[in-house]
Design a protein around this ligand. Structure first.
Ligand code: HH2
Length: 263
């Protein structure tokens, strides 16, 4: 039986699209992370820079100022660091993080070496362009094929830098330079990504594509829509789910998993 794993999201940022400002106190952020593990999260993804459409990004110093006080309070909690900067990844790994969630898939030339040296895990995510401009009329001839080709090339790069292939998972990057229709096509054709032989992580939680099913102006999706999307992705082969609402996803995916189980 394929067991779905849930990655809980804790953004230590003032401006993340959904939980921005909710976790600025490091003690409260650490408590939220521990509660996610108690609710069934396999790992907690800590982020200090919003990548929402239109965002400008922050310096490494500012990112470290946000995440380090929280990471120092997370002993015993499995942690992933959501960063595109090797400098931030290095510090987080030294503080016990086990996985680097890189939304630029090795955009920083020092990232692969940093992950390899630490013997850490790595999530490679596809993004078209950069957050500031990525939603300005994204076009693809074949979105699933192009995303898969990009991730395959970055996976080869990671392995060439000394990261064991078994340490890498792949993510189509829902909402990162894609229209709602392109996001849904990526989930519908997830087999093109699972064919690369690595676990596929998806981040559909509360994303605006889900909200836009009901309201064209929506900036976030509802919990119910997030659960439906996660189950659909699970049925198409995704195995790791990056979510804000951990307990609800653990329960929904356990139910979906029980019905997929072979006896
Ligand atoms: N989505 C976001 C951030 N990091 N990482 C992966 N691997 N996959 C995703 O889909 C993904 C991600 C955006 O969501 P969030 O962290 O909630 O918001 P923000 O970027 O505004 O902080």
């Amino acid at each position: 039986m394929r067991r779905p794993a849930v990655m809980g999201i804790v953004n230590v940022t003032p401006d993340s699209f959904s939980d921005g400002g909710a976790h600025l106190d490091p003690e409260a952020a650490a408590a939220a992370a521990r509660a996610m593990v108690e609710a069934g999260a396999a790992i907690v993804d800590v982020g200090g820079e919003s990548t929402r459409p239109g965002s400008e990004g922050v310096t490494a110093d500012e990112e470290l100022r946000r995440v380090v006080p929280m990471l120092e309070r997370l002993e015993g909690v499995p942690v992933s660091i959501d960063t595109a900067k090797a400098e931030v990844a290095r510090r987080a790994l030294a503080l016990g993080a086990e996985l680097v969630n890189d939304v630029t898939a090795l955009g920083d030339p020092a990232m692969a070496e940093t992950v390899a040296e630490a013997g850490a895990y790595l999530c490679l995510m596809h993004m078209r362009g950069e957050p500031r401009t990525m939603q300005l009329d994204p076009r693809y001839d074949d979105v699933a094929g192009e995303v898969a080709a990009f991730l395959e090339e970055r996976l080869e790069r990671a392995v060439a830098a000394g990261i064991p292939e078994e340490h890498v998972c792949l993510d189509p990057g829902i909402g990162f330079g894609k229209t709602p229709a392109q996001n849904f096509e990526l989930v519908r054709r997830l087999d093109v990504l699972t064919a690369l032989g690595r676990p596929v992580l998806v981040g559909l939680s509360r994303k605006s594509s889900l909200g836009k099913l009901f309201d064209p102006e929506a900036r976030t999706g509802t919990l119910a829509a997030s659960l439906g999307a996660a189950v659909a992705a699970f049925e198409r082969g995704a195995s790791i789910f990056r979510v804000h609402d951990v307990r609800e996803h653990v329960e929904a995916l356990a139910a979906a998993g029980a019905m997929c189980a072979s006896s």
